[in-house]
Design a protein around this ligand. Structure first.
Ligand code: SF4
Ligand code: SF4
Length: 420
């Protein structure tokens, strides 16, 4: 390994360690069920342990790549979106200054191979969603990776868009066995659907538990659980979440509060927090609020919706999978933000939210541009919104914490006025 690469790996390991240390040691009463997830991140991110040796690992660049098809063909889907500042700096050498840190860090991971699966990838799937990802994928291919562009439509309500996407997914289903070495059959696809469905059911149970007042789990842990879904073995992840949920259910029955019982309840939305960049969720919770729900593609949006199959024939299942990845998707790359507004309002009601934090990564135009429409819809429902433009650098921590603390204080004051 070259000296430069060694330094990058070391920095990446240290950054991951530091985030884990804060998540584990700077918060009280972590549930025992979180130990599995803390240890998993330690192995994968700090020790660089390869987790799926002997199996074809298929990297995905966005949540719009259908996991179920990869699993049915014997592959392990691993989402490669990256949250490390050390890797953002590597990617920044190859991309424009005003590009999204998530895209830069993801490219940096390919360039430096600092994350274990980079040396194991049989294929990288690139759904053609946001422009920056699309263009970065060309760069990734030039590094010698096999990249498959999965054509994604820019609108989702028209019949043409739906048909276009269905045919992209069918073509993809045909091509996939070439990379994984295993044929797609009806039986295998049905089993994969069943396994993902079990995992999602456990995830929805977690979401219901977070609705409790007081809520039994810090948002920083919920983000870690969903971040583990990016790369963990599906069966183990589901079992670990089941154990955590059982424990949380007991906490709810006991009236246990993860944060102070008067802590303002926050809905988090916008650009996705991805380990180790959990700085904003952690700041919110260190300032005395608690993140009880989220609408981001590294959590709720990734795992909420089910595949609805009418007929259990192979290509009916493939079409049903395609529909699941298009219709409910609330990514801002689409022409309108209507569905996202509706989803946010639903979450705000179901999770008894006091305020919303909207994170936009500097350079991510779609989240930046959509902010105004989203904020108006939320404010019309008396929900205060804090908009934060940030990136992966630690430099804005002081300024961010002042703003977050002021926002949390204003929510507390509002609540006091209501109950006076
Ligand atoms: S923000 Fe949208 S385009 Fe980017 S990774 Fe998430 S779902 Fe994909
Ligand atoms: S945060 Fe924005 S620019 Fe970055 S991957 Fe997501 S949609 Fe693309």
């Amino acid at each position: 390994m070259s000296r430069t690469r060694e330094i990058i790996h070391k920095r990446h390991g240290m950054e991951s360690k530091e985030t884990l240390r804060k998540l584990v040691h700077e918060f009280p009463d972590n549930p025992a069920g979180m130990d599995y997830f803390y240890a998993l991140f330690e192995r994968a991110y700090c020790d660089g342990e390869p987790l799926h040796e002997g199996r074809p690992v298929v990297g995905t660049l966005c949540v719009q790549a259908p996991d179920e098809l990869v699993r049915a063909c014997g592959g392990v889907p691993v989402r490669l979106c990256n949250g490390a500042y050390a890797l953002d700096q590597v990617g920044a050498e190859h991309l424009p200054a005003r590009s999204c840190p998530l895209v830069r860090a993801t490219l940096g991971a390919f360039e430096s191979r600092a994350v274990a699966p980079m040396d194991q990838l049989s294929l990288v799937i690139n759904p053609t969603t946001c422009d920056q990802k699309k263009k970065a994928a060309e760069h990734i291919a030039s590094l010698g990776y096999e990249v498959y562009s999965l054509e994604f439509p820019p609108v989702k309500h028209s019949e043409q868009a739906r048909e276009y996407w269905r045919s992209s997914v069918r073509r993809f289903a045909h091509s996939l066995p070439r990379y994984t070495g295993r044929k797609l059959t009806r039986r295998r696809l049905r089993r994969a659907l069943h396994e993902v469905d079990r995992a999602q059911a456990e995830y929805r149970r977690l979401q219901r538990l977070r609705q409790a007042r007081p809520t039994p789990l810090f948002g920083k842990d919920a983000f870690l659980v969903t971040g583990a879904y990016f790369f963990d073995d599906l069966g183990r992840w589901t079992e670990a979440l089941r154990a955590l949920n059982d424990e949380l259910e007991q906490r709810v029955a006991d009236g246990f509060a993860a944060a102070q019982s008067r802590a303002p309840r926050i809905l988090f939305t916008g650009s996705p927090p991805i380990f180790p960049n959990l700085k904003l969720p952690m700041l919110i919770e260190q300032s005395g609020a608690i993140v009880v729900a989220d609408e981001v593609c590294s959590a709720n949006r990734m795992l909420h919706d089910r595949v609805a199959v009418d007929e259990w024939f192979l290509y009916d299942m493939v079409d049903a999978i395609a529909d699941r990845y298009l219709k409910p998707c609330t990514c801002p790359i689409f022409d309108t933000s209507e569905d996202r507004r509706r989803r946010l309002l639903e979450l705000a009601r179901s999770h008894h939210v006091d305020g919303v934090v909207y994170q936009a990564f500097a350079g991510c135009q779609v989240y930046e541009m959509e902010h105004r429409a989203i904020a108006q819809a939320l404010q019309a429902e008396q929900l205060p919104v804090m908009y934060i433009e940030t990136d992966y650098s630690p430099d804005d921590m002081g300024q961010l914490s002042t703003r977050v603390e002021a926002f949390v204080e204003s929510l507390k004051a509002k609540r006091r006025r209501r109950t006076a």
